[in-house]
Design a binder for this molecule. Structure first.
Ligand SMILES: NC(=O)c1ccc[n+]([C@@H]2O[C@H](COP(=O)([O-])OP(=O)(O)OC[C@H]3O[C@@H](n4cnc5c(N)ncnc54)[C@H](O)[C@@H]3O)[C@@H](O)[C@H]2O)c1
Length: 120
């Protein structure tokens, strides 16, 4: 079976953790598709650390690239549906969990992730 190509939007505290886990092979069946951050310094950091991975400055560029099968949005601690909503009509399925909806405890967000994953 082909690996799932992961896109990570937001290369901050959590985005770097997700990218590192996949880059180090800790997630079986998954590889890095692309990274995105609106901050040029964070894009540069991603390019330095992962020169083999395409890096974009806007989420739309990432999902229009066709390089990613699944995307994690890790863009900050405020509840923000805007980036996820911009996927409507472009991606076949969009599920919002965690802080996309409203600020969550880690356990709640994890449970939401499991629940969505179980339906796929
Ligand atoms: N930091 C933690 O310990 C922690 C723990 C659990 C969950 N979380 C959750 O992880 C998510 C990310 O938090 P964080 O701490 O990594 O935030 P952060 O502020 O460290 O990083 C966010 C990154 O996203 C980038 N960004 C902002 N808007 C963007 C956009 N529209 N497109 C592309 N890039 C954009 C910023 O430039 C920044 O580099 C939040 O939902 C947070 O609640 C964080």
């Amino acid at each position: 079976m082909k690996n799932v190509r992961l896109g990570v939007i937001g290369f901050g505290n959590m985005g770097t953790v997700h990218v590192k886990s996949v880059a180090e092979g800790k997630v079986p069946g998954m590889e890095l598709g692309a990274i995105c951050d609106i901050a040029p310094a964070r894009c540069e950091a991603a390019r330095q650390e992962y020169p083999q991975v395409p890096v974009f400055g806007e989420a739309e560029e990432l999902y229009r690239s066709g390089l990613c099968d699944a995307v994690i949005i890790a863009t900050g601690v405020r509840a923000d549906r805007k980036t996820a909503e911009s996927f409507y009509g472009i991606t076949p399925e969009t599920y919002m969990i965690g802080d996309c909806e409203k600020p969550r405890k880690i356990q709640e967000a994890t449970m939401e992730g499991y629940t969505v994953a179980a339906t796929l």
